[in-house]
Design a protein around this ligand. Structure first.
Ligand code: XMP
Length: 321
């Protein structure tokens, strides 16, 4: 089945909102739907569309999977509370780290996250709440890359022929399926979300696990979480499309206080891109790169090396896994 794209040029945001609110309302009827908010522009947009359509018949949850950015779960819950949308914070850290234990292969890690999310966490939520529908922020680019076999986006199910009703016990509704990022931002803006949300930098579904090469443990996630916070702070004014920190699997020899210090390597990436399908590295000033290296090596315990990626996408991808 080909999905008909609604380009930014063709999009009438208000009309789109009215149509989707109506469609969600019709699909869910007088039942209950669950929606997973991650705080990104896609899931924030779906949350508001579904809230408009369903009001109290919508249960919005934020799944704390242990691989989110620093302070993110609490920040997002507060932001939506201020918009009048109650969000339940679900602590599923133990489930996710148990599923990721011992895995180093990128696709196996993505699959473990997908299963934990849809089967373990949502399966239970659905059983407990009696909801029959899960609302999803899948966009067209996610579908393209998964179907093309480039990388399995963790939110793609039906397009891969997975019958969610049969496998997980609920149906999936995907209101943003015909849009790419620029159009989603326009809808988010029209819904009244703040610029901080509609212009938010993309963040991957598998969260920081997409930036940990090798096994994703709580300790290794903490290293990349701290490095990410520094990168986001230092590069906030660059206007770049996306910037991130990656933790490498191999350790390297370094030195500290005249002693050998065998430690971690962090790779920084900063991208210029329109829609994430292609990208090129931002020509950051050398002073900025030096500041990043100084801060990451002094503030993140155990890091002895910081590198900057100068590779385009393709052949690189934006994230590491
Ligand atoms: P890649 O690494 O494939 O990333 O060049 C392209 C864009 O998509 C984001 N990304 C994801 N987004 N689920 C998402 O919702 C995912 O599984 C996922 N993987 C990557 C990435 O951050 C970039 O903006």
């Amino acid at each position: 089945m080909t999905i008909q794209e609604i380009t930014l040029e063709k999009l009438n945001p208000q009309e789109f909102i009215a149509q989707q609110v109506e469609a969600i309302s019709t699909a869910v009827g007088d039942g209950l739907a669950i929606n997973a908010l991650s705080g990104g522009v896609d899931s924030s947009t779906v949350t508001l569309l579904a809230h408009k359509a369903l009001g109290k018949r919508l249960l919005t949850v934020f799944v704390e999977n242990g691989i989110m950015r620093k302070g993110e779960p609490q920040r997002i819950v507060e932001r939506f509370k201020a918009l009048g949308v109650p969000v339940q914070l679900i602590d599923a850290r133990a489930d996710f780290f148990a599923a990721l234990k011992g895995l180093a292969d990128p696709e196996e890690k993505r699959e473990a996250i997908t299963q934990t999310f849809y089967k373990t966490v949502f399966g239970e939520l659905v059983r407990e709440s009696g909801a029959k529908y899960l609302l999803h922020g899948t966009i067209l680019t996610d579908v393209d890359e998964t179907v093309a076999g480039i990388k399995r986006q963790h939110n793609i199910l039906t397009q891969l022929g997975i019958d969610t009703e049969e496998v997980y016990g609920y149906q999936v509704i995907e209101p943003l399926l015909q849009l790419r990022k620029p159009a989603v931002r326009a809808v988010a803006k029209a819904l009244g979300l703040s610029e901080e949300v509609y212009n938010r930098m993309p963040f991957p579904g598998p969260a920081l696990a997409a930036r940990v090469i090798g096994e994703v443990t709580p300790e290794r996630t903490e290293i990349v979480r701290e490095a990410t916070a520094i990168v986001e702070e230092e590069l906030a004014d660059t206007g770049a499309f996306q910037y991130l920190a990656i933790l490498h699997q191999d350790k390297v020899t370094g030195m500290r206080d005249d002693k050998r210090d065998y430690g971690h390597q962090i790779e920084v990436r900063c991208w210029e891109s329109e829609d994430a399908r292609t990208g090129s590295p931002t020509r950051l000033p050398f002073d900025t790169l030096e500041r990043l290296a100084d801060r990451i090596t002094s503030e993140v315990p155990g890091v002895v090396s910081v590198t900057y990626s100068i590779t385009k996408k393709p052949p690189s991808t934006i994230e590491a896994i």
